[in-house]
Design a binder for this molecule. Sequence first.
Ligand SMILES: [Zn+2]
Length: 206
Amino acid sequence: MELRTLSKQILYLPATSQPLSADVGIIRGDKFVWIFDVGSNDEAVDIIQGIDREKNIILSHFHEDHIRNLERISYKGMYCGDYTKFKLQKGTEVQAPITYEDGVKLTLFPIPSIHSKGTIGLEVNDEYAFLGDAVYGARKNGKVVYNINILKEMITTLEKVKAQQFLISHDAAFMQPKAKVIAELKGLYKMRKPGEAYLFLESNDV
Ligand SMILES: [Zn+2]
């Protein structure tokens, strides 16, 4: 896998399936290079360690394929959601949307996510939003499960995001229009059954 360019300031290393490693976003600020998820493969370590500037790390959620390399890289600050901080016992917790200006505008924000507790996203220049695995359901016994209340909160949160391009980890189409992603989530919400808190789908449906 090679680094790909999204804009003048944004690059990413695509996800791999063997080993399972998330997409790694690299945003060049004036003062720092900001890394969104650090992946789990050696390639990501080489690329991150090859950056000879100070780095700040943002972790979308605590799953291994997004964070395992953390111990193998050097960095200045690390930002994450509440549950990730609890698991790692370190980092600056993102409790509400917070914006940093570093030649790029970076907005870190919590996302109610069925896939994982303590999920956060990163909006860059109001154009792109890194979402990690936020939009995925949870896997249970070969099915994908959606908690309907969280799904609704997630849709509300993502509708407020200004960026029109959503960046979805592990998806062959890493960059997807916001409108398409929201429409798909609303489609899932419509499939809910009255009085049922969860929606179950066969895993090959999604
Ligand atoms: Zn993942």
